[in-house]
Design a protein around this ligand. Sequence first.
Ligand code: SF4
Ligand code: SF4
Length: 142
Amino acid sequence: MTDQFWKRKSLAEMSQDEWESLCDGCALCCLQKLEDGDSGEIYFTDIACRLLDTDTCRCIDYANRARLVSSCLLLSVDDPESFHWLPGTCAYRLLAEGEDIPDWHPLITGDPGSVHDAGISAKGKCVSETKTTRYSVLRQLS
Ligand code: SF4
Ligand code: SF4
C-alpha cells in the first residue's frame, strides 16, 4: 500500500507530487454547475468543460488549462475558498475538513480505475459542452 502521507502531513506540507496524487480523477470539478439563486445550493450538471476527454475523465491540455479555460478551478492550499466548489467526495475538500480519504480512492486501491468502478466519477455520465446545449442535473454539491 502507498505511504499514507495524508495522515501525517497537512495539505500545506505535501510535496507537489503528493498534492497531485490526491486527485482521484473523478472530473466532477470539470462539470458545469448551477447555483440556486434563492437557497445558494449548487448542483453539478452533466455538461463537461470543452477540454475534458469524457471517455477518460482527463483534461486534454492540463498544462495550459488556466489560460484556456478561465473558469477552471486552480486548487491551492492558500485559497481554501475554492474548495467550496468541490464535491464532498474530493480528497482536497475531505482533508481540508479533517476527514480521511475514501476506501475507493486510487491511493488506497492502487488502481486508477477504482474511482470509476465505484461510480463516483463523471465517466459515462456527461457530455462535452462542444456537443450539446442541453443539460441535466447530475447531483447536488454536498
Ligand atoms: S473533484 Fe477533486 S478529485 Fe475530482 S477531479 Fe476535481 S480535484 Fe480531482
Ligand atoms: S480546463 Fe481541464 S481541468 Fe479545467 S475544468 Fe476544463 S477539463 Fe477540467
